[in-house]
Design a protein around this ligand. Sequence first.
Ligand code: PA5
Length: 470
Amino acid sequence: MDNRLSFDYNYLMSDFVKDGITKEELAGYEKKVAQICDVLDAKRKDGINTLTAWMDLPYSQDAIVEDILSTADAIKAKFDNFVVLGIGGSALGPIAVQQALNHIYYNDLSKEARNGCPRLYVIDNVDPERMEALFDVIDIEKTMFNVITKSGSTSETMSQYLLARDLLKAKLGDKYIENIIVTTDEVKGNLAKICKDEPFKKFIVPDGVGGRFSELCPVGLLPAAVCGIDIKAMLQGAAIMDEICKEKNLYKNPAAMFAVQQIIAMGKGKNISVMLPYADSLKYIADWYAQLWAESLGKKYDNDGVIVNKGQTPVKSIGVTDQHSQVQLYTEGPSDKVITFIGVENYRASVEIPGGYDDIPSLSFLKGHTFNELILSEQYATEYAINAAQKWTRSITLSKVNANTLGQLLYFFEMETAFAGELMNINTYDQPGVEEGKNATYALMGRAGYEAKKAELDSKQPKKAEFVIG
Ligand code: PA5
């Protein structure tokens, strides 16, 4: 069984859907894609300044990987729990990779069944109930906290850090230092500053690697290694996909082809991108993708400063579960979506459906089949039904889910996003739209320097009671 990914876009084409993409439309992008390959290559050479240093991660981390692996061994020997404190790009990757590659009920297994690895918790919110609940289920003395923040200043993560540090200090005194690892910028941000006085073990988020493109650096590699995942194989998979996505021929480059399709789709009013994995293991890949696609491509201005308000809304879905929830809408609702199935040829388990009730033919037909056949049939049937309704679908199929194919998949989506950003002529790597909310939060929480923003908030027109019910 090889580590193969295939990319099937039949059901986007006009041969299969009436308003579909024509071969002529695709041909219109051939030259542009070849040019973008050159642009991306040039950017890669200046990765720090162009924020494309993520493209080098499959190749540039030998020493870091060794450090991660020996740190992971030390953590396994001493700790029962590994808690990631982070948000956005500092959390979604670790969650997605853990779900994909480890036992679905990993935390519920015995330590022996976890091969001696600690339980993993990724705390990506500041809900006080969740914060309190975490400390109900972990013994902090036996817990390693990994504070992950590229900027080193994100209020949510730093609040979590302050809480964990406070509790650890109360329990362990000066030894609290041994229960915290930080993953942050080398010099910038509060966390880097703090590390000068508090000698935590520190991993670096490399320059030129933004949050949502950081899963394949220590942000994602340390939590994965601590949980026994083969991070070298993940990086090898990413390198394989990188080679494939350097191809200038549109028809041989899946990232370029899928990006072009989304651009054409948006031009035809399909402003929603549904990610529909047919595997629980890939469920949180849809969440990770949602951030990557939304934050990278949802932009007000293009690179020439023109207001464009571009973007395509990502929707997370899961098969077969959402066949009983969202698929009705996908089939009969508006033609405003591109639905990407993610399928798996070979699941890591094979489970037979037992017999019984031979006198009820509408039940007994299941006998002798497997759950594998059932899920694959349902995927096929749903793809068929949505296509029959003339809605746009395409599919990515993994021969199996393992560290190599997952590395390929993650890197594929990063490259698709990079191509899409170039085709849209927007800045893929910034996120100015989240600044206003952050600044308003600082003002409300009394941060010095935000007095003017506070005054602005206070002078805002009050909401009207007549528009509130209850
Ligand atoms: O993609 C991004 O840059 C953001 O979504 C960040 O990942 C998120 O805001 C968290 O930032 P940081 O890692 O600096 O705490």
